[in-house]
Design a protein around this ligand. Structure first.
Ligand code: COA
Length: 158
């Protein structure tokens, strides 16, 4: 399946609605707070880059990344549930590290209970370099908000 990668530079309601749906479909199972349209608008306004993957006119995934002088940071990456394990997430990461603004050092925070996320980053060569205590807020099975730790993972381009 051919995926083109596009950049979201400004508010486009139709696209942001699809990104919100992708976020919901991929993150809902972890009981994180789900991003709204306003979250995407705030990211665009504060200079975060949003790249999305397009296949036959359908958006299948996205990555939000900030490029800094010393390192780049993935704010989030998500692939719609039905489209996972087809290389779309890897394609988005490869796109980032081939950007001219990428300085060779990529950081991500990932909840310690997000095993698939951790495996995904490990498959790409990310290593765990630290921990953030009680970093993410999630709802437990009883609906109570609890805090979970996050691994800090790093990818270094050799
Ligand atoms: C993590 C995520 C973005 C990966 O996207 P994807 O398009 O499915 O990933 P890819 O197809 O490129 O997978 C590349 C490799 O990562 C690993 N991987 C990906 N998903 C995995 C899973 N659920 N279980 C185990 N390994 C997995 C595998 O090694 C895979 O290679 P393989 O399919 O040849 O075995 C996607 O699963 C997702 O949206 N998850 C929910 C949101 C999330 O956890 N985001 C990351 C935290 S910010």
């Amino acid at each position: 399946m051919k995926n083109n990668i596009c950049i979201l530079k400004e508010f486009k309601e139709g696209i942001i609605d699809q990104l919100v749906n992708i976020y919901y479909s991929s993150f809902n199972k972890f009981n994180f707070r789900i991003w709204s349209s306003q979250d995407f608008i705030d990211l665009i306004n504060n200079g975060t880059n949003i790249f999305y993957s397009l296949s036959q006119n359908k958006i299948t995934g996205f990555v939000a990344v900030s490029f800094n002088e010393e390192f780049s940071e993935i704010i989030s990456i998500a692939v719609e549930n039905d489209y996972q394990r087809r290389g779309i997430g890897s394609n988005l990461l490869n796109y980032i590290i081939n950007r001219p603004d990428f300085v060779g050092n990529l950081i991500i925070d990932v909840a310690i209970n997000n095993e698939e996320g951790i495996k995904f980053y490990e498959s790409f060569g990310f290593k765990i370099i630290g921990k953030r205590k009680k970093y993410y807020l999630i709802k437990n099975v009883k609906g109570k908000i609890i805090k979970v730790d996050a691994h800090i993972m790093q990818f270094l381009l050799r």
